[in-house]
Design a protein around this ligand. Structure first.
Ligand SMILES: [Zn+2]
Ligand SMILES: [Zn+2]
Length: 174
């Protein structure tokens, strides 16, 4: 979603209220896939602090992902605060590297919200707190009962799969 900030760019202290829905397609992080089942509600403001723009907002919504232990599809509520500094690229005032630069007079909030969502993932999502996960040997869902395997043994095929996933994560860095 592009937000026009031209009305506050030149006026110190000027403020733009935010109350909108941000439609995000989804994100992948550390091998976990997150989809947004509906737009995130974004409320807050962008204001001119004299040197740059400050984005102070709150995002809330719902995601679809999978249980980190048993891989069952689950939905979870998400709720996080966003605090970022924004500056026009042509003003080039990014000495510390922690200011988000934008072109012209429009800020694309989608990427900012997605990045903040990924920074705010609170550990792993589970289908329930005491999820027993999958048997590392045969893949049986241990929530449905024991399978009788010796769980100390890790099947080399599962290890190979894990290696592939680890490698794929390495290639995802930006
Ligand atoms: Zn689970
Ligand atoms: Zn088993």
């Amino acid at each position: 979603m592009l937000t026009d900030v031209s009305s506050i760019l030149k006026i110190q202290g000027a403020k733009l209220e935010l109350d909108s829905e941000v439609g995000l397609s989804g994100a992948e992080f550390l091998g976990e896939r997150y989809s947004f089942t509906k737009p995130l509600r974004l409320t807050g403001e962008i204001y001119n602090n004299g040197q740059s723009l400050t984005l102070a907002a709150h995002a809330a919504g719902r995601i679809e992902t999978q249980c980190a232990r048993c891989l069952k599809p689950i939905e979870a509520d998400v709720d996080f605060d966003i605090h970022e500094l924004l500056s026009r690229a042509e003003d080039g005032a990014d000495e510390d590297g922690d200011i988000i630069l934008f072109d012209g007079h429009e800020v694309d909030l989608d990427d900012i919200v997605t990045d903040n969502f990924l920074m705010n993932i609170s550990g792993k999502y589970l289908c329930r707190d005491d999820c027993r996960g999958l048997c590392p040997v045969c893949g049986h869902d241990l929530n449905e009962g024991d399978c009788g395997c010796d769980s100390e043994y890790v099947d080399p095929r599962w290890q190979a799969l894990k290696d592939i996933l680890d490698r794929r994560d390495d290639g995802n860095g930006e």
